[in-house]
Design a protein around this ligand. Structure first.
Ligand code: IPE
Ligand code: IPE
Ligand code: MG
Length: 283
């Protein structure tokens, strides 16, 4: 998207969002933000409502955050919507409600996605979702495929460990096919690199997340993007997902911009009095 278009979209932010955006360094915006959207059930419980209503309100938050992300021209937004474990461990009534809610969300919001230039994509074991859900998902992806702004990736029936197991299998079978009959098993295994695995993950085409946000206060990752978040900044807020809005998303980015990312290096450590390593090791 051209700078002119990007600037005009920023003017679509609400007054509060604009004030928060002005506190950000536009040169240091993250390229990829991933969100663990947690707390729908607790939000409902606090109001003595059924969990379903929490999920319904959570779907509203999704659209607010997607639109704010698209207005600041974020290239990649990945939302953890439904885990493999949710599918296995939650009651059938809740799972089938979530599936219906997903379809309704897509059908109701494709038009807005197009107005916001948002492309929809998915990661996870999609083939194991009900057929009619897959059909709506595919329809929404096709309807938005030509958009060039934010790519909204919904993680559905997603589990990071399974993703890694599948990726390793895939990478090894490609290496085995390439070197068929020429190398011993040990030599084949020696060829496997981090890059092979990264390229075999669902996320091969995206940069790793710069920032992971989790709502509702739990200090855990819950099997989300385990490989890809090796050096992501993590931001946890107590706020429940149904109360999370674009303003809070920008607040998380402001906090992200205060962090010093080191990637195992040294960063901006203050200058210290000169001392030779030998002097220290001699004691
Ligand atoms: C997140 O909210 C949505 C999904 C996992 C589908 P929860 O349903 O996990 O809400 P809490 O954690 O019980 O409050
Ligand atoms: C993580 O939330 C999964 C999603 C947000 C889709 P959970 O509610 O499933 O996580 P746990 O069970 O508290 O770790
Ligand atoms: Mg939860």
């Amino acid at each position: 998207m051209s700078t002119v278009t990007a600037l005009s979209r920023i003017n679509e932010l609400s007054k509060d969002e604009l004030a928060m955006y002005r506190q950000l360094d536009p040169e240091q915006l993250p390229k990829h933000v991933a969100i663990i959207m947690d707390g729908n059930g607790r939000w409902a419980g606090q109001r003595r409502l059924q969990r379903f209503l929490g999920h319904q309100q959570g779907a509203e938050s999704v659209q607010y955050v997607v639109e704010t992300a698209s207005r600041i021209d974020l290239p990649w937004l990945t939302l953890y919507a439904f885990s493999l474990e949710n599918n296995l461990r939650r009651p059938e009534t809740e799972v089938s409600f979530l599936m219906r809610l997903l379809r309704t969300y897509l059908v109701n919001n494709v038009k807005r996605m197009n107005e916001n230039n948002v492309r929809i994509a998915y990661i996870g074991r999609i083939k194991d979702l009900p057929q009619e859900v897959q059909e709506t998902m595919q329809w929404a992806a096709e309807q938005t495929a030509r958009n060039t702004g934010t790519t909204l990736t919904l993680a559905l029936n997603y589990g990071a460990r399974v993703e890694i197991v599948d990726a390793v299998r895939d990478a090894l079978s490609k290496i085995a096919a390439e070197w068929s009959g020429q190398l011993s098993l040990e030599e084949l295994l020696g060829k496997l690199s981090e890059q092979h695995i990264s390229k075999a993950l669902y996320t091969a085409h995206m940069p790793d997340p710069d920032l992971v946000i989790r709502t509702s206060g739990e200090m855990r990752i819950s099997n989300f993007l385990l490989w890809q978040i090796a050096y992501s900044e993590i931001y946890v807020t107590e706020r429940f997902w149904p109360d999370f809005r674009g303003l809070h998303f920008l607040e998380a980015i402001r906090e992200y911009q205060c962090r010093e990312r080191r990637f195992g290096g040294l960063g901006n450590t203050p200058k210290a009095k000169a001392v030779e390593p030998e002097q220290i090791l001699a004691h």
